[in-house]
Design a protein around this ligand. Structure first.
Ligand code: TYM
Length: 351
């Protein structure tokens, strides 16, 4: 499978399916507030090249149910994620921004795909293996089958490109396998075969407290992750406490994962190569690197936090955007599910 590592060229080629632009789709699970990792690995890339695609960006509230959620917090996180997309620069007139559960076909296609997926392929998913090794027999069925719901999200819209961080690459590969299997089994092109887009820098931002682990929304150590709701002071304090090593020299060295992570964050924000950044730190101390990274992050995500708060304080407009986008998305989702129902011998209900 070819994985895009450069931003795909603007595309005027017509999509044979719908006679429109190519389709880009991505989503975030609102199990907590988004982190700097979500922003640099995913959201920033969507903003970078979404205008040339027909885009679907949503908040996957059904995915969040794989872990127990406080209902009020889930609602807040679902809306805040969408406010973050808008605040980061996505124009709702150019992209469909919606809530996954508002388009019922996601759950329907997920069931159909579940009946075509194998236990073996799901058991091999890294995220499932990680979680099952910690939770044993009490692991929820949702965690096992969650990549199928993600495949349904992607395949419903005949997606061409899925910009994600590195940890989701395996799920996009599974999506491709399921699409190829279904197309072959029913001898018709039910689904487009999507490609992942993994950014060359920033696709795996690490924890500030354990630079060998991914920065995660669910980390229990509040100093490990930068959240898009953090105040400027909190951001600076967290970077000051970032774990590095006992050395002093700022180099791009796998043996210095903490330093490498800070350089990666800077590179993902400024788009400068890491080698150029290292050059600028000659003779400087880790303290300089931490503070300057903090300042860059404040300048990058501070305005997104403030704008998101403003969007959330005027929810009528947000609700209108979500309602209209869900209606538009449902039309495309229904086209795909109708095609799938017909191929499988399921009678479509009269609507
Ligand atoms: P989620 O919510 O875990 O993450 C959302 C996006 O952020 C990326 N990401 C990171 N990138 C860099 N460094 C990190 N530390 C980091 N942590 C997370 C993820 O790779 C992802 O792109 N199952 C998905 C959500 C989903 C989805 C979809 C994505 C559901 N349906 C359809 C794309 C298409 C998830 O839980 O992502």
């Amino acid at each position: 499978m070819s994985i895009s590592t450069t931003v795909p060229a603007p595309n005027s080629k017509m999509n044979s399916e719908s006679n429109t632009k190519k389709v880009m789709l991505s989503a975030v699970t609102p199990s907590n507030t988004l982190t700097l990792g979500n922003y640099l690995g995913a959201l920033k890339n969507w903003v970078g090249f979404y205008e040339n695609y027909d885009c679907y960006f949503f908040s996957v509230d059904l995915h969040a149910l794989t872990a127990r959620q406080d209902p009020k917090a889930l609602l807040d996180h679902t809306l805040r994620a969408l406010a973050n997309y808008l605040a980061a620069g996505i124009d709702p007139k150019k992209a469909k921004l919606f809530i996954q559960s508002h388009v019922r076909q996601h759950a329907e296609l997920s069931w159909i795909l579940t009946c075509h997926a194998y236990m073996g392929e799901l058991s091999r998913m890294t995220q499932f293996k990680d979680k099952s090794s910690k939770q044993g027999q009490n692991i929820g069925c949702g965690i096992f089958s969650y990549p199928i719901l993600m495949a349904a999200d992607i395949l419903l819209y005949q997606t061409d490109l899925v910009p994600v961080g590195e940890d989701q690459k395996q799920h996009v590969e599974l999506t491709r396998d399921l699409a190829l299997r279904m197309n072959h089994l029913y001898d018709t092109e039910l689904f487009k075969i999507p490609e992942p887009f993994i950014a060359p820098v920033g696709a795996r931002i690490m924890s500030l407290q354990n630079p060998l682990a991914k920065m995660s929304k669910s980390d229990t150590d509040p100093n490990a992750s930068i959240f898009l709701t953090d105040s400027n002071d909190q951001i600076v304090k967290k970077f000051k406490k970032a774990v590095t090593d006992s050395g002093t020299e700022i180099t791009d060295d796998p043996a210095k994962p903490g330093v490498k992570n800070l350089l990666t964050i800077q590179s993902a924000i400024t788009k400068k190569p890491i080698a150029e950044l290292v050059e600028g730190y000659r003779g400087k101390m880790y303290g300089h690197l931490k503070l300057e990274t903090a300042e860059m992050v404040v300048a990058e995500i501070g305005p997104i936090r403030d704008k998101s708060n403003q969007i959330l304080s005027e929810q009528t407009e947000l609700m209108k955007i979500l309602r209209e986008a869900a209606q538009a998305a449902s039309v495309q989702a229904e086209l795909t599910t109708t095609k799938v129902r017909e191929a499988l011998g399921l009678l479509s209900p009269a609507r």
